[in-house]
Design a protein around this ligand. Structure first.
Ligand code: SF4
Length: 651
């Protein structure tokens, strides 16, 4: 058992803890940080006190804080003090690994705070298991990668935890051979308890102050916690005293995906191929494999014909009918039959397949059976289903996520904080509250402390019924804007199809800057290049959030289309539920969803107090039914003008 760390302040009981925490936060913001030259802001101090109150009183709290507020320091103070008060760490759940690293890195907020306060802080990262090597896979694929690189071999021999970031040059094709993946049968693995993945878990489990996780790991732990304990296994995360979701507006998808299952056709096909190659397999196993091949082929063919095509959505909704459900049932039966056959006289196949491979296939079949069982039950009315546009995977997730969150998280009585710059539409949190089924959470909201009146000008278009050749007119406006600004722009669209169309049309123009289009390259690479080549222009549909380009490389945002939601199955469910509650789905789902995404997009422009820039929305706004929503999503205090002003001022 690790020793508890020294308290940042003295107290005798719970009541005194809360009072002293407030005093300490005051000392930190009014004395300690300014003494070290740290610029504190009223918005940050207000947020810190709100979070202290929420955490001490075990509330579910929504803390909206605009860009530049410094909300991380604001929540870290209460989190550290509360963890020490409870003797259990606080979980900080970030949206991405990059954000986890930003918090815990050498120049991250935690180290900075530790040095400013002269306080030792024990914070450890729990990373996605995909980031670690699996000893079984290393042994099985030894021959495949052995000859490739001495450097990699040496690293594998020496590494303690086998974390990919220790060897960043390792190529994807090798990582695919040695990295952990869902098909590994860890529960029955003989190395369980000794392998590198387990060492990684042992590293973060004894954390005393903070465990920094991503949303996926948090929900993986949440949904498996009770089962793991019931089966005598350690939960993924140790017991914790509070949860703080950073980028809290993004939790729904990881929560759903971790609660659901996917079936990937390519993986099923690969398994069938391996089983067909088994030497001397019994006839019944061969028959079961053939039956599965037929059933899987039929199911995926029906699935493909049931997709509701939508270029704008990564998740393709499905038209569910009796034929598809029947094909799913037949597929499920074929998997059941194969699983049974594989479990009979398994030792007959050991010469062709390793034990771990057989166990991995069994795990894969069991997960597919669970997905199909859930899909077929009640004609799939209790599920949200989709086909992933990128890899064709079929996903089945439970529809009652709100109930699951209530039972597994909110009812536990722990403090749960959601922080983000986009939780509300102009201070109205109803959409977020309804989406997660929250019961009377406390709320706080502060805008950005930046001087947005001086830093941002927004140009809006009048609502118009004239749509003839809107695309050509848009391109002409776009080219003028880009030329005028010397590039340095981010152009946001609603679909990759639109990006492609714009790219093709721009080829007809002589532009003096580089144009980077999302349909032509890896997103990470494009963003890096956009930052490096200061005059470049980035056009995409997935850059509404998550990119941070301060300075001269981004001084113009062109909103090519307002980000109205697509046919995404999650949005469809929200629309249906709004209708069932007698609400108008357009104004209570589509508008707020669009407003939140637009707010994120506009937030890309001003990243520091020195940034300045222009936002131009080419879609109709003034006089349109969504005008108020758009106005609420624009940077607060920014100067608003019309596109007509823009013509005289800029073009
Ligand atoms: S327990 Fe899992 S991760 Fe560890 S070696 Fe075995 S299969 Fe790989």
């Amino acid at each position: 058992m690790c020793a508890r760390l020294k308290e940042p302040f003295d107290y005798n009981n719970k009541e005194e803890f809360q009072v002293k925490l407030g005093d300490w936060i005051g000392d930190v913001f009014y004395d300690i940080l300014p003494e070290h030259g740290y610029e504190v802001r009223e918005e940050q101090i207000y947020t810190a006190f709100q979070l202290a109150d929420a955490i001490c009183n075990k509330k579910v709290h929504l803390a909206e804080a605009g860009l530049g507020t410094g909300k991380t320091i604001a929540y870290l103070l209460s989190a550290i003090a509360y963890a020490r008060f409870c003797g259990k760490p606080v979980v900080i759940a970030c949206a991405t690994t990059a954000l986890q690293e930003q918090l815990t890195g050498c120049d991250g907020d935690i180290i900075k705070l530790s040095s400013l306060l002269g306080l030792e802080i024990d914070a450890r990262m729990a990373k996605d298991p995909h980031q670690y090597i699996c000893d079984v896979r290393v042994n099985e694929n030894n021959e495949d990668f052995n000859t490739m690189s001495n450097e990699i071999n040496q690293w594998i021999t020496k590494t303690n935890m086998g974390e990919r970031s220790e060897m960043p040059t390792i190529p994807d094709r090798i990582w695919k051979l040695i990295g952990w993946n869902e098909s590994m049968a860890c529960d029955t693995c003989l190395s369980r308890g000794y392998c590198k993945l387990v060492k990684a878990r042992e590293h973060y489990r004894p954390t005393r102050d903070l465990i920094i996780v991503d949303h996926d790991i948090f929900f993986h732990d949440l949904w498996t916690h009770d089962d793991r304990i019931a089966n005598g296994k350690l939960p993924i995360l140790p017991s914790y005293s509070a949860v703080i979701f950073d980028e809290g507006h993004k939790i729904l998808l990881p929560a759903a995906m971790q609660a659901g299952q996917q079936i990937n056709k390519e993986e099923i096909d690969n398994m069938i191929l391996s089983l067909e190659e088994i030497q001397g397999a019994r006839d019944s196993l061969s028959l079961a494999t053939i039956a599965l091949q037929q059933a899987s082929g039929d199911f995926f063919a029906y699935l493909e014909s049931s997709v509701i095509a939508d270029e704008c959505s990564k998740r393709q909704s499905l038209r569910i009918n009796d034929t598809l459900l029947k094909a799913a049932k037949t597929f499920q039966k074929a998997l059941d039959y194969l699983l049974l056959e594989m479990q009979i006289e398994q030792e007959l196949y050991f010469e062709s397949l390793s034990i771990s491979q057989i166990q991995a296939y069994e795990g894969q079949i069991e997960r597919a059976i669970r997905a199909l069982d859930r899909f077929c039950r009640n004609k799939s009315t209790d599920t949200i289903t989709w086909v992933d546009q990128r890899d064709g995977s079929f996903w089945v997730v439970p529809r009652n996520l709100n109930e699951m969150l209530e039972q597994n998280l909110f009812q536990k009585g722990l403090p749960v904080v959601f922080t983000s710059a986009t939780l509300s539409n102009e201070g109205d949190f109803n959409y977020f509250i309804r989406t997660l089924g929250l019961k009377k959470p406390s709320k706080s909201t502060v805008g950005s402390p930046f001087d947005l009146e001086k830093q941002v000008v927004v140009y809006l278009a009048q609502s118009s019924n004239r749509i003839e050749d809107r695309f050509t007119q848009g391109i002409e406006k776009l080219v003028s804007l880009l030329n005028q600004n010397g590039g340095r722009a981010l152009v946001l669209t609603n679909s990759l199809q639109e990006v492609r169309k714009i790219r093709r049309r721009l080829k007809g123009y002589q532009l003096s800057f580089e144009v980077l289009c999302e349909d032509e390259g890896d997103q990470g690479y494009l963003v890096r290049k956009f930052k490096e080549v200061e005059t470049s222009v980035l056009i995409g549909t997935n850059f509404w959030e998550g990119i941070d380009v301060p300075g001269e490389a981004l001084t113009l945002i062109v909103v090519w289309q307002l980000p109205f939601p697509s046919l995404d199955p999650f949005i469809e469910v929200q629309r249906k539920e709004a209708s069932e509650q007698g609400l108008d789905p357009i104004s209570t789902v589509d508008y707020p969803e669009m407003g939140l995404k637009l707010k994120q997009g506009c937030g890309r422009l001003i990243r520091t107090q020195d940034d300045k820039g222009v936002i131009v929305i080419l879609d109709s706004v003034i006089g349109a039914p969504w005008e108020k929503v758009v106005m609420g999503a624009l940077p607060s205090g920014a100067s608003i003008r019309t596109i007509e002003d823009l013509k005289s001022e800029l073009l």
